[in-house]
Design a protein around this ligand. Sequence first.
Ligand SMILES: Nc1nc2c(ncn2[C@@H]2O[C@H](COP(=O)(O)OP(=O)(O)OP(=O)(O)O)[C@@H](O)[C@H]2O)c(=O)[nH]1
Ligand SMILES: [Mg+2]
Length: 464
Amino acid sequence: MISQADDTIAAIASPVTPAIRGIVRLSGFDCMEVLRRMGLLNDDPLPTRSFRTSRSLDLGQQLGEIEVDLLVWPTGRSYTGQPSAELHLIGSLPLLQSSLDRAIEAGARPAQPGEFTMRSFLAGRLDLTQAEAVLGVIEAEDRGTLDQALSQLAGNLSRPLQEARSTLLDLIADVEAGLDFVDEDIEFISDEALVQRLAQLCDQLNTTRDQMDERGGGSEAIRVILRGLPNAGKSRLLNALTRSESAIVTDQAGTTRDLVTVELVVRGQRFLLIDTAGIETREDTDPEATISAEAQRQATEAAQNADVHLWCMDASGDRSFAELRQSRLPIETAKRSAELICVATKRDLMPSDWKAEAIHADVAVSSESGFGLDMLLDRLHSFAETRDAGETGNVIGTAARCRDSLSSATQHLQQAIVWTEQSAGHELVAAEMRLAVEAIGEVTGQVYTDDILDRVFGRFCIGK
Ligand SMILES: Nc1nc2c(ncn2[C@@H]2O[C@H](COP(=O)(O)OP(=O)(O)OP(=O)(O)O)[C@@H](O)[C@H]2O)c(=O)[nH]1
Ligand SMILES: [Mg+2]
C-alpha cells in the first residue's frame, strides 16, 4: 500500500444511496493532469491556493454533459497532503459512477478503502489514533461512539502521548550525552532525578491508559442479557455460569423481578451477565400487574443496550426457536451489532440422544449437570474476539492496540528505573528508554509497520 502513495486515486466519497449531492474525490501527484484530461481544467497556470469553480463534465452519449462544482487543491496543502480535487454533483449513482469512470479513463486508479486517510496520515496530517478516529466518525453507530471518536480526532488521546514521547526523547538525550563524558564524570542528569522523571512518565502513561479504559475501550465489558419465558431456567443458568448464588431460583414462574447483574471473566474478557424477568403480560386485575409491568420495562430497556442476547427456552417444553429466529423478534429493538444465541435449557431432562437442533437452538445446556456450559462460554468468548477484531467496535480497536503498546512502554520504563537503581550502566537504561519511545510511537504513528497500517486503514470504506 505504501509504495504507491502518490499515484492519483479516485473514488465516490459520498454514500452510494440517492442523495441531493454526491462527491467524487481525487488525490495524487498528477491529479491536475487528470482533471485536464477530463476536460475540467484548461492549460492555464493554476493558482497556488485552493479554489472552487463550476464546470461541465462530458459523460458521453447517454448521459450527456452535466454541471459539476469543482473544488481544487492544486498543491500539497490539502487533506491528503497532495494535489487533490472534489467533484460535487447531483447524488445519483449512475452519474457518480460515470464521473468516476471518466476520472479512471483519464489516468486515475480506483482508491482502496481508507487510502485517502492513509495518505493524509503519511503526509503527517493525522497520526494513527486520529486516523482511527476518522474511521470512528464514519462508522459511529450511536451518539456516544460519535462523541468519543470526535474527541479522539481532536487529539484527546494523542496529545498527552506526544508530550510523553517528547519528554522521553529529551531525557534520552541527557542520558546519552552523559555516556560521551563518562570518563570525565560529567552528569547531565543525576540518577535520582532520572528515576523520578521516569516514574512520572510511567504514571502519565498509566493515566492515559486508564482514561482510554473509562471511555469504553477494549476492556469494556460485553453485556449479555438472559431472556425468555418465565421458568425457562434463566436465573439458574446465570448462577451456573458465574458459579454463584446471585439470582433467586424457584419453580414458581415469575420469580425474577429486578435485573440481576453479575460480572464474569472468561479468559481475560469481561462480560456482564444480566438476568431479567421472564417475558409475560398480566391482566390488569392481577395484583402483581404493576410490579410485573415495571419488571418488563426494565428488561426491555436493558435488552436495548445488550451486546449478546441469550434467549433461553426449556428443552423439555414443546416450543421451538424456529419462529423466533425467523422474526428476529428477540433482538428487534436491540443494537444493530447485537448477537442472538438461542439456548435450550434443562438438557438433563431430555434423553441422551436429544440434539439442540431438534428445537433449532444454537446450544443445549443443563445447569443441573453443567452440560454445554463450556460450549456457551466459548460462544461468548468468540463473540468478544470478533468484536475486538474491529468488526463492530472500531474505537475499541484503537483502545486495544493502544493499551498493548502503552503497557509495553511502561514495562520498558520500569526496567529503565531498575537498571538505573542497580547502576547497571546508562547504555542499558537508554536502550530501554528507546524501546519505550518506540512503543509510544506505535500508538501515535511515528513508528508504523505495514501490518498496523493495513489493520487501521483496511477497515475504512472506499472514498475515505
Ligand atoms: N432439571 C433442571 N431444572 C432446571 C434447570 N435450570 C432451571 N431449572 C429449574 O427450573 C425452575 C425455574 O428456574 P429459574 O432459573 O428460576 O427460571 P427463570 O427463567 O429464572 O424464571 P423466572 O425468573 O420466573 O422468569 C427451577 O425450579 C429450576 O431449578 C436445569 O438445567 N435442569
Ligand atoms: Mg429468574
